[in-house]
Ligand binder design. Structure first.
Ligand code: DX5
Ligand code: ZN
Length: 216
């Protein structure tokens, strides 16, 4: 069974709480919260006040926060305070990864490191023993609804092998273009957590879409 983290970037923001509750009730274990700064990626999404409101409305929901921002270090405390359960930041951001990890731990959150499609999995090697999760992007970050890049599969396999060889226990998450067609390959390659936005919220029956992905 895969863990499902629906990306609420594709939800209907007029009924955001309702959409969140729908996917959680359907079996999603967490909510994927995509933060974009218009600098690290060419798009702007939502930030701390939105997370704070959702956390207030749904205090038991686990928020998997994906920071697609140039300076994660400046915002770790704010997102942790707003209710993040896990904070993913990009290895390609402009801050020192060790400093960001330290800040995430100090703030009491789980820590995830994320790589874009052009970044080799090997670049994560020195950080793996400090991580709760590795997020492998299977599209260029910035927009929902893009086509899955299968190069992510080789990275998942390599990271799964490294995890075993080194006796580590971080989770492997994949994000971008994950749907009923691509998800089985992701699970086969080692993904523990599937992020899906459009495949869930644009489906005629989002709850059924969660169920179908979770059954993999
Ligand atoms: C892309 C985001 C993804 C996005 C996934 O930059 O990180 O989480 O919402 O959307 P889909 O599942 O539609 O590719
Ligand atoms: Zn994401």
């Amino acid at each position: 069974m895969a863990i499902i983290s629906p990306s609420i970037l594709s939800a209907d923001f007029c009924r955001l709480e309702e959409d969140c509750r729908l996917v959680l009730d359907a079996g999603a274990q967490m909510l994927h919260f995509d933060v974009m700064d218009g600098h690290f990626v060419p798009n702007i999404s939502f930030g701390v006040p939105v997370l704070a409101s959702l956390h207030r409305g749904m205090p038991s929901a686990f928020f998997d926060v994906h920071l697609m921002i140039s300076h994660p270090l400046d915002y770790v405390d704010a997102f942790a305070g707003a209710g993040a359960g896990l904070i993913n930041f990009h290895l390609e951001s402009e801050d020192d990864p060790g400093d960001v990890l330290h800040a995430i731990r100090a703030a009491g959150c789980k820590a995830g490191m994320t790589i874009k499609p052009d970044t080799p999995a090997g670049y994560l090697s020195t950080w793996l023993d400090q991580l709760d999760l590795v997020l492998v992007m299977s599209v260029e970050p910035g927009f929902g609804g893009q086509k899955f890049q299968s190069s992510a599969l080789r990275k998942l396999e390599a990271l799964k092998a490294a995890r075993k060889a080194r006796g580590l226990d971080f989770l492997l998450e994949v994000d971008g273009g994950v749907n009923a067609g691509t998800a089985p390959f992701c699970v086969e390659a080692g993904a523990d957590i599937l992020v899906a936005g459009s495949a869930i919220f644009s489906a005629a029956d989002p709850a059924a879409a969660v169920g179908a992905l979770a059954s993999l």
